[in-house]
Design a protein around this ligand. Structure first.
Ligand code: PEP
Ligand code: MG
Length: 579
């Protein structure tokens, strides 16, 4: 039946293809009692299923090894070793011998194991809960003969639209991009990590669809429009024609967009801006390097850690950072230290928190684990010998955090000198301004930092008290709220007074309407998704700074985000139509 599912635009682009459902959740299992005569066969069935699951995992490991490297692939070895654990098999077999069907027996044992691991005092065991859950889902799906939802099962060249509840970063990175062409999720928002990653991978995406998974069966033909935020199921012939025309248009405009992306970011009245790119996947700096971006304004290093069983060591990090720096030649590359925790990666089995966004994440966690942090700082200082690398700290709320980091950097200088390896001692150190504390009191930071970069995703979240990843709150996540604009204006003013660069690197910087506002608020540096460079430059090249300043003043004096949006939209249209 034809229908249109509406979600949140997350990554632009149109894809026509079959729906591939990925239900990565523990299925419900009904109790089933078996006869004494069936016990042996049921145990055999269990062993056969384990072997099938192992085969799958070996396949995934081989692919992960080829795509992302041996360390990432190790996660599958861990899952294979869970299946090889005789204690687990004995536990399930014992329940089967008590006349329980294999699926219920396995379900009960896995629930017990997951609970025990989660409560364990040993981080090594807490770390394994995610792997246990994956094994739980995989084996139960096989035992219950559920349709195979594993992303590995999609044939090459399918051009499939992956529909799932939510994608973990590790699942996103495991996707076979030769068969998955687009992503649609029931959960998520435009600033959730699935959206950020989809943009980095250049995969069109719609998030926040809410109930696509329960509505779809899989295999339906569909059109996903990542710019509109829609998933059209069973399109008519004329809709398919429209989509082909839009795709052809897109391809036809590619040259024009490319030219725009490579053009200068100068307003008609001669004000120059600096547009840098965000890099999220260390293996792929080339996309950003050739996107028309003048360097990297934000590299999210936590994606180095995605799907890993342990933190990358200093040498591996050094190679990754150096690769990005070298891809950009003499252009600046701002690398952010690990922002782990919150909705980011739970590497290392960190304790579960009631309020992870207000919890032990980012700079807090790094300073508390100075050995881990210093490994990253040393890798960064070594990579800085190869180009214009700058270090940026996430989630700063107090100058103490900057001073403690500088202290650790001094220790790193001593350690690196002793090792006689090339490095740069005076790497510029900046901070993300992404908490109201840092924004309101940014003057307390000026003596200790070299630059500010406003992380609007978190700044909006904390200022408006709206969870950035909650689909139900997405309409309330309004970056153009006057409170946010006033904070940005304040940071910009302090930066100007003290001669400190202020850039914006959150999602706002990639959105044409907010670019218009940011220009008017005095922001002269933006860091954007590489694919957004052309759209951002289109605004800059079409808008007189005088008009942007006027509009920003009116926005600052407005009462609500909606008022701001309406006035900016009207004025931006008028300005762009002027020529
Ligand atoms: C931000 O918060 O705006 C930001 C750029 O960082 P992240 O999205 O990784 O939290
Ligand atoms: Mg942030």
């Amino acid at each position: 039946m034809q229908s249109i599912l509406r979600g949140i635009p997350a990554s632009p682009g149109i894809v026509v293809g079959p729906v591939h459902l990925l239900r990565w959740e523990v299925p419900e299992v009904r109790q089933r009692l078996i006869d004494d005569s069936e016990i042996d066969a049921e145990i055999q069935r269990l062993h056969g299923t384990f072997e099938h699951a192992r085969e799958r995992l070996r396949l995934l490991r081989t692919r992960a090894e080829a795509q992302v490297g041996p360390k990432e692939a190790a996660i599958f070895d861990v899952q294979i070793s869970i299946l090889d654990d005789s204690q687990l098999t004995d536990g399930v077999e014992a329940l089967i011998r008590q006349n329980l069907g294999a699926e219920k027996a396995f379900d009960l044992i896995l629930l017990e194991w997951r609970q025990n691991f989660a409560r364990s005092m040993a981080p090594m065991l807490r770390e394994r809960v995610g792997d246990l859950t994956d094994v739980h889902i995989r084996v139960l799906s096989l035992l219950l003969d559920l349709p195979d939802h594993d992303p590995v099962a999609v044939p090459r060249g399918t051009n499939a639209i992956l529909v799932t509840h939510d994608l973990t970063p590790s699942l996103t990175l495991q996707l076979d991009r030769e068969c998955i062409a687009a992503i649609a999720t029931d959960a998520g928002t435009a600033t959730a990590h699935v959206a950020i990653l989809a943009r980095s991978l250049g995969l069109p995406a719609v998030v926040g669809l809410r109930n696509a998974l329960s509505y779809l069966k899989g295999g339906e033909r569909a059109i996903l429009d990542g710019g509109e935020g829609t998933l059209l199921i069973a399109p008519s012939d004329s809709e398919l024609d429209d989509a082909s025309r839009a795709l052809a248009d897109e391809a036809g405009r590619a040259d024009e967009r490319r030219e725009l992306a490579l053009s200068e970011a100068v307003t008609p009245d001669g004000v120059r801006l600096t547009i840098r790119g965000n890099v999220d996947i260390p293996e792929e700096p080339e996309l950003a390097a050739t996107s028309g971006a003048d360097g990297v304004g934000l590299m999210r290093t936590e994606f180095l850690v995605v799907g890993r069983t342990e933190m990358p060591d200093e040498d591996e990090q050094y190679r990754a950072y150096r690769r990005v720096v070298e891809a950009f030649g003499a252009r600046p590359v701002i690398i952010r230290t690990f922002d782990i925790g919150g909705d980011k990666l739970p590497v290392g089995g960190f304790p579960h928190e009631a309020n992870p966004f207000l919890g032990w994440r980012a700079i807090r966690m790094c300073l508390d684990q100075s050995d881990m942090f210093k490994k990253q700082l040393r890798a960064l200082m070594r990579a800085a010998a190869h180009g214009d690398l700058r270090i940026m700290l996430p989630l700063v709320v107090t100058v103490d955090e900057v001073r403690e980091t500088r202290q650790l950097m001094e220790e790193c200088v001593a350690e690196l000198s002793e090792r006689h390896v090339p490095f740069r001692a005076d790497v510029p150190l900046g901070v993300m301004v992404e908490t109201p504390a840092a924004a309101v009191a940014c003057d307390t930071l000026v003596r200790d930092v070299d630059f500010f970069s406003i992380g609007s995703n978190d700044l909006v979240q904390y200022t408006l008290a709206v969870d950035r990843g909650n689909t139900d709150l997405a309409p309330r996540f309004t970056p153009l709220h006057p409170a946010v604009l006033r904070l940005i204006a304040g940071v910009q003013a302090v930066g100007a007074t003290h001669g400190i660069d202020v850039s914006v690197c959150g999602e706002m910087a990639s959105q044409p309407l907010s670019v218009f506002a940011l220009m008017g608020l005095g922001i002269r540096q933006l860091s954007v998704a590489p694919r957004a460079v052309a759209d951002v430059k289109r605004v800059i090249r079409g808008v007189r700074m005088a008009a942007a300043i006027d509009a920003a003043q009116a926005a600052l004096a407005s009462g609500t985000a909606r008022e701001v949006e309406t006035l900016l939209r009207r004025r931006l249209r008028t300005e762009l139509e002027r020529v």
